[in-house]
Design a binder for this molecule. Structure first.
Ligand code: SF4
Ligand code: SF4
Length: 202
């Protein structure tokens, strides 16, 4: 058993969005989404920080926070959203009604709806290997299938800036746990009480 989490080092993010491309290729998700607010399991949003004339651009990476007290889980009427033994919040597509309660409940805007037209495009681009076969709600899984093979999530494995540090937060020797335990990395929106396991370094 592990307690997987990720640390985002915002100052190391180059804004290249290689992580978004790697994620959508691995997970076969809608890379055809027209904007960066759309159907991505991970996003990198450009922001401006500071006041004129001391303004700088930063790139802010986000994913599902794999919360320890996830509101998406408590509102799910069928049990489709569940937490696995390693603390990863997942969705059983067969149980998902597509009601969207979890989309509304998630304070981090981490979920989106996989619609019929997305399935058609998925089949067009990925053919027989297409992973998504039914309408459902979708989000980051920490690439749970890669973890089973001893690999890192595709975004972290691809990140050229080492802005995404993935690891077991219960393993005091992992780089991620060291950053969290030192107090250097902090969660976003702690006051909302969801207990996210994705942390940020400014
Ligand atoms: S791959 Fe890394 S550096 Fe590039 S946008 Fe993603 S988080 Fe930032
Ligand atoms: S970030 Fe949103 S979708 Fe992810 S576990 Fe937390 S509440 Fe659920």
């Amino acid at each position: 058993m592990a307690r997987y989490g990720m640390v985002m080092d915002v100052s190391s993010c180059l804004g290249c969005r290689a992580c978004m491309a790697a994620c959508s290729q691995w997970n076969q998700t809608p890379f055809w989404a027209e904007d960066f607010e759309g159907k991505w399991r991970t996003r990198v949003t450009p922001l401006e920080e500071g006041k004129f004339p001391e303004v700088r651009k930063v790139f802010f990476p986000t994913i599902c926070m794999h919360c320890e007290n996830p509101p998406c889980h408590s509102v799910c009427p069928t049990g489709a959203t569940y937490i696995n033994k390693d603390g990863i919040v997942l969705i059983d597509y067969d149980l998902c009604l597509g009601c969207g309660y979890c989309i509304e409940a998630c304070p981090y805007d981490a979920r989106y709806e996989y619609e019929k037209e997305d399935l058609e495009k998925d089949e067009f681009y990925f053919g027989e290997d297409a992973r998504h076969h039914q309408v459902h709600i979708d989000k980051c899984t920490f690439c749970v299938d890669r973890l089973e093979e001893g690999l890192e999530p595709s975004c972290a494995a691809t990140c050229v800036g080492h802005a995404r540090i993935f690891g077991d937060l219960d393993d005091p020797n992992s780089e991620a746990a060291k950053l969290v335990n030192s107090g250097k990395a902090k969660p976003l929106g702690e006051y909302m009480g969801a207990k996210p396991k994705v942390y940020y370094i400014k």
